[in-house]
Design a protein around this ligand. Sequence first.
Ligand SMILES: [Fe+2]
Ligand SMILES: [Fe+2]
Length: 373
Amino acid sequence: VIERRPAYGVGIAWRHCIHAEVMRCGALVDFVEIPGDDYVDPELRARFDPHERKLAEVAARHPAVGHGTGLSLGTAAAPDGAYLTRLADFVARHPIAEYSEHLAFIRGATREVDAFMALPFTDLGVAVAVENLKRTRAALGIPLLVENVAYYFALPGATMSEAEFLSRVATEADCGILLDVANLHVNAVNHRYDALEFLAALPAERVLHAHFCGASRGPDDFLYDTHFEPTWPPIWRLLEAALERTALRALILERDREFVPFRGPMDEIWFARERFAKHRGAKARPAAVKREPTVVPPSAVHSASLLALQDALCRMLLDAEFGAAVARSGSAALEGIGLDREAREQLAAIEPSRRERIGARLRESLVAQGAKS
Ligand SMILES: [Fe+2]
Ligand SMILES: [Fe+2]
């Protein structure tokens, strides 16, 4: 029987490139967060850890939780069956106690972008995410958490706030919240809302994990979730506020690069450990969890109209000409591609300059990737 120990204390988002360092600084790290997609994607697995030796080593030493990027919980269609099967196999093979994913979509029916996009903050958006979380929970058989993403434009037509949206999804799907305090800061600045009010609106007992790291200010004066800068002071303050106000029991340093010297990330972990000890000290650790996959009967919440909108939005970001045509002639440019009127108006109402900034960043990174491969 695999022992699945939930996360408690201060951990690190483990990456292959820092495996030796994490093993060496072991006593300072209470648990690790494993990037699930590095193992679910056969190509990435073959490239970084073909026999899963590194993962087995680190998971033997520390409690392990998983974190995914490829599920696209917010796509208005059932999660990809093959992906879900590979993910369930991965969770069955290793002592992963909990798994988190983003409350966002990265793809429509035919296109995918390398960015998290916010769902519409509507009843339909809630229903889609809840349904996909339930299916994922049933397939994996371990507790799930949803993460708030940094997003750069919201879809028009919201009928609730982002905090209410996240709260409803977590409550209705009966899962935890992974509060990324860097994303919260980035969104609060970019979209001009109060981060502490956002925090106060969440169901405190469900906020169990937190990501922390820095952010970056773009030339456009927007903040971006770039995952390589040291944690900024206002982000530390949000982490501390979350420790005060919620049931938070697992803090995770989420950096993707700039690990040299490793002293930098370790100082951040040390700083977080002090904060954690101050607020949690002698609290009991959560009990181990069993893995119990089940089957969920299919339901009919998935919406062809939202799926078509998501696909068209991906195209607007990836295809500069198409995006420019929408900016120029509004919803008329979206006729003839199977969108209903409401979806056309919603897409045309997204602030063009913001949408174009994100599209340009995505296209640049595609070019850079192409140049590398
Ligand atoms: Fe994340
Ligand atoms: Fe995060």
